[in-house]
Design a protein around this ligand. Sequence first.
Ligand SMILES: NC(=O)c1ccc[n+]([C@@H]2O[C@H](COP(=O)([O-])OP(=O)(O)OC[C@H]3O[C@@H](n4cnc5c(N)ncnc54)[C@H](O)[C@@H]3O)[C@@H](O)[C@H]2O)c1
Length: 434
Amino acid sequence: MKIAMIGTGYVGLVSGVCFSDFGHDVVCLDTNPDKIAMLERGEVPIFEPGLETLMARNVGAGRLRFTTDLATALDGAQAVFIAVGTPTRRGDGHADLTYVMAAAEDVARAATGYVVIVTKSTVPVGTNRRVGQMVAAANPDLDFDVVSNPEFLREGAAIDDFMKPDRVIVGVQSDRAAEVMADIYRPLYLRDFPILTTDLESAELIKYAANAFLATKISFINEIAALCERAGADVKEVARGIGLDGRIGNKFLHAGPGYGGSCFPKDTSALARIGQEHAVPQSIIEAVIRVNDAVKLRMVEKLRDLCDDSFNGKTVTVLGVTFKPNTDDMREAPSLTIIPALVGGGARVRVVDPQGRREGEALLPGVSWHDDPYTAAQGADLLVILTEWNEFRALDLKALATTMATPRMADLRNVYVAADVTNAGFAAYVGVGR
Ligand SMILES: NC(=O)c1ccc[n+]([C@@H]2O[C@H](COP(=O)([O-])OP(=O)(O)OC[C@H]3O[C@@H](n4cnc5c(N)ncnc54)[C@H](O)[C@@H]3O)[C@@H](O)[C@H]2O)c1
């Protein structure tokens, strides 16, 4: 099977590499010539564990190529995947479909034989039908089908998620397209991973409903965490106590500084907007978004309390700025709200992150970057754990306490046990919901 993958970001590149590992002949296309040049040199433009090795293996086997030329990508392709960005549109919270529509139109004009146009990007319900109409208008003679195949991979575990998915969702309109999709995913089908075939609209909504549900769990536990703090309970115990109930489950019940990343913020916002447009307000999701915004500000107040009510003149060391560990993705990271509040309040902010610097440097002006937590903590007034990279899970707390001017810790991911921190010499320890 020859496949073209349009867009080589987190989703397009991982999907393209994994499809080539299934044995398909894949050409990945991007409009960004720098990205394609890097990929042709064997370099991966993003940080994603395992991706570079898998990519090299499939390039070496002759199954994976990169190009900026659409005709090369489409030559002989039976399926064209669109995996371009769908960021939040400025002003109204809707998903910006400019890139998806532009890519589909390019494909419509360049394709010759029967082709299945597969949308992997997260798009609002109704988009695939619109893509179909647009393609038909742009190239009335083209024989094609449109398929919705939303992606559920998690950054940091993307290859495993793609190769061993909980499910694959395929929204189709014709048996012919369903057969092409079955061929593409046959390696997963043979290993009994669930492949759910639906109509286009259901597939589109499954993606938003899944992300919205996970975001709801996070906002729910974050609100319970605030109550725990007032009532003297420990949210870790509460989360464990409810998570052991099989109907609830223990995943996504970690209290923290709010969700971020390239998906939850924009997808919750888009779902709220979709609901409004269909005159079916998604009031739960609207509340989830409000709670998440409030949580980040609550974290700033927590830090201010620890700094004797003023950041002015304080030195604050922040460990972790990416939206979660094992990615270099900074999109909508809580650090982008919390750190500017520190800098704006007059704090000197030192930052350590194993992968965040390349993206983060432009996004976080006024901070200094360090490689080592211990050097960064020298003479500091406050240590903040903002992203729970493994590197920050087993710090030498005594060494840190000795080196800091006033050893105080804000553990916004509840990595440490309060008594261990204070026994090591910290004067103050604050977690979330404890
Ligand atoms: N990042 C994730 O973890 C994740 C997970 C599931 C779903 N998604 C969805 O997948 C989609 C892609 O997300 P991403 O994070 O990979 O985006 P990204 O911003 O990392 O990458 C998008 C890529 O598309 C390229 N591009 C844009 N227009 C193009 C065109 N016309 N032709 C060729 N290339 C073009 C850009 O240059 C960029 O390299 C989004 O809809 C997102 O919601 C993302």
